[in-house]
Design a protein around this ligand. Sequence first.
Ligand code: AHR
Length: 507
Amino acid sequence: MLTATVVLDPAAVVAPVSRRTFGSFVEHMGRCVYTGIYEPDHPQADEDGFRADVLALTRELGVTMVRYPGGNFVSGYRWEDGVGPVAQRPRRRDLAWHSIETNEVGIDEFARWAAKADVEIMYAVNLGTRGVQEALDVHEYLNHPEGTQLSELRRANGAAKPYGITLWCLGNELDGPWQTGHKTAQEYGLLAAATARALRSAEPGLELVACGSSGSSMPTFGSWEATVLEHAYDSVDYVSCHAYYEELDGDLGSFLASAVDMDHFVDSVVATADSVGARLRSKKKINISFDEWNVWYLSRFQGQEPSADWPVAPRVIEDEYNVADAVVVGNLLISLLRHSDRVTAACQAQLVNVIAPIRTEPGGPAWRQTIFHPFAKTAALARGSVLQTRLASPTYDTAKHGEVAVVDAVATYDGEAGDLVVFAVNRDQAESVELTVDLHLFDTDLRLAEAWTLTDDDLRATNTREQPDRVTPVPVERVTVDGGTLRVVLPRVSWSAIRLHRAEPIG
Ligand code: AHR
């Protein structure tokens, strides 16, 4: 068995856990909206046509915020198509996914769904085919209290109060040549800054996200962020990151270390943003909204011809996730938490059916994919502050990331509630690791409260309609807390979460 150690210090705080780290994403794409969250003739549909089973799973997943309505979709979207009497809404071509958008669901319906799911809305405006005026219009519709044409239209459509949406994305992936209305960094930076200034003069308290790179392998990565922020630094609060990971060419070792790439991605964007800030003599810091991340078997999708017959809600990228994918997702959450001082918003892409933790069948059941579980446990358990982890771990070589640690871990501590939680992965494909966590710097006696691990003899095992609970977290078999030391055995290729709780004072 391999060994690794971590020393934790309650005073060595990275940052508070941001609840927005546990965001998700609903795009008008494939079956995310139609037959995903919304299916009026489903046996479990509620009075608004939303699937109650999906709503229940969304709450169980612990999602706090949902980005809407896209994605690539938003870059050709006219928000006003989706408001008012449903029968009068136009059917439109969606060029991003080569399908027909019926507009049965628009922002008023989505806001009703979000209230039921108890999630904050992160709203993305179209800066692909549209600009400042349309961003102001949708803001007036959504957030202006009353007494103007568009706020009164919202009220006439049934929403008497403004939605009060705080977090706004200024477009989507405009660095990507595939994006409708793709722009150079200079063009986008000027447009993002102008849109941000206009939105802020309508409502100063908004939190605005400029598009960063759609991946760290983009040829313009780094220079895109620098140019965009040179124009928009004073006007925005966040720059976005997007990253998708997959196992390529059977290289499981590199895939399991995907979080190393995410760490590097975040560190590079923070360095770029800070260097622009330094050049501008600004005291302000730009944070990161990692508003698309996940495992996505993108290479299987690339090169597929778009459907010639413009279908409604086709099955698109409904990836079925296995055990190794879930371990990687758990590790990506460890990376996001570790960067909580700068990554204060993040969205797993997407919520239902489309590369998603929740799967549905039209007229049939909904179930949890393997990747559901590390997300749900992390969202439920990560509370208080993220602690720095001083980790000593054996290493292994990867083709993609060089030499990487076998174990990765992060811890959160909620001093008031008395909860310390350690999240850890073992990336080794053959050996278990005994992880020793030194707790001597805590002035309180911590006892084991719960310990979960997700692993399987069959790393390719998945959850399916027939076997929806084939892969679930199980209690850790070998874990002890004794004299200020936690010892836990992490099985090969596993993700684990261990919660310790303050022992009640005697007397
Ligand atoms: O999440 C799927 C797609 O991935 C989104 O529409 C786009 O923004 C990204 O390229």
